[in-house]
Design a protein. Structure first.
Length: 66
């Protein structure tokens, strides 16, 4: 899908340099992947303290070699 975006050239060039990318497309693709990853991590972090665990569950039993 072809898309035209007005992106600050200085920011794009700096991101290319820092990321070691050869193309603008590679920079934007990597930035979008990182953005998505960070947003997903924030959702996971928001779950801390909200999940009830079974107090009788023996998590160490799965560590035993069979």
């Amino acid at each position: 899908m072809a898309t035209n975006l007005a992106i600050d050239d200085k920011l794009l060039e700096e991101a290319k340099t820092i990321g070691g990318h050869k193309t603008k497309k590679a920079v934007v693709t990597e930035a979008l992947k990182e953005y998505i990853q960070i947003r997903k991590q924030r959702k996971i972090v928001s779950l801390f303290g909200t999940i009830d665990y079974d107090p009788g569950y023996d998590y160490k039993s799965q560590r035993k070699v069979q």
